[in-house]
Design a protein around this ligand. Sequence first.
Ligand SMILES: N[C@@H](CCC[C@H](N)C(=O)O)C(=O)O
Length: 280
Amino acid sequence: MRFTKMHGIGNDYVYVNLFAEKLPLAAPDLARIVSNRYKGIGGDGLILIGPSERGDARMQMFNADGSESEMCGNGVRCVAKYVYDHGIAKKPELRIETGRGVLTLQMFAGSSGKAERVRVNMGTPILKSADIPTALPGDPPVNQPLVVGDKTISVTCVSMGNPHCVTFVDELTDAWVLGLGPQVEVHAAFPRRVNAEFAQVLSRTEIQLRVWERGSGETQACGTGACATLVAGVLSGRTDHQALIHLPGGDLEIEWPDEKEVFMTGPATEVFTGEWFPEV
Ligand SMILES: N[C@@H](CCC[C@H](N)C(=O)O)C(=O)O
C-alpha cells in the first residue's frame, strides 16, 4: 500500500490516496497497525483521501486506536494540501467532504507553487449538550463542575463535529494532561468519549494549549481542539473572538468573528511517501 506521511504542526497521520489505492485491510485495523511507532509507519492515526460527489475530495479519519472520528482540523488542511499539490484539484478554494459536512478551504501557495498554509471554514460549533454529546447540563455547558476521581474540575464543552471538553488551568502540567486527560476521555458524562483540552490563557488573544485526544492520547496539536478552546474562551468570557493558539507542535490562528462559523489558519506539511507491506 502506497502512503504519504503528513503533519499539521506535528499532528501526524498516515494518508492513503483512495483515488489510486485499495486498502489491504479494514480501515480501523489498518489504522491501529500503521499508527504503531515501533512496528508500523508511526502516526496519530490514519486518514483516507477519496472521491466525493459533494466536493473535490472526501476525508475519512481514524484515530490510533482504530476509532473513527467525524472531524480532524489538522488533517483536513493536509488533505487539502495533498489534493492541491498532487493535482487532484488545483484550485485556490477547495471543498472537502468530512463527517461534519462539506468544508471550504482557502489555499496559500509558496514560491514552489505548493500549498503551505490553509484557512479552513470549520463551520458553526455545536453547543447543545445533547448534540455534543454530554450529560452535563447547560446549552451551552459552560464552567460546569465535573468530578474526576477525587477532584472536581470546571469544564466547558463544545463540538466541532467531534466532542471536546475544555478545562482552563493556571499552569499546564503533566498532572493535568497525562493524569486527568485519560480519565476525562472516558468519563461517564461523555457517551461517545471526548477530546480533553487543557488551556492556559496568556492574554485575551493568546492561549497555551495541550490536548489529550480521544483514541490517540496526547498529540503535538489538535485543530478542532484549538477551535473548541477559542469558542470556550469566548463563552466563558476569558478571550476575544480571535486568538493565537500555541500548541506543543506550533501555532494556529483561530477566529470566531460573529459567533457563527469558526475559521482556522495554519500550515500543512508533506514529510515523505512510502510503500507499506502487510505482515503475513
Ligand atoms: N487531531 C485532530 C482531531 C482528531 C480526532 C479526535 N481524536 C477525535 O476522536 O475526535 C484535529 O486536528 O482536529
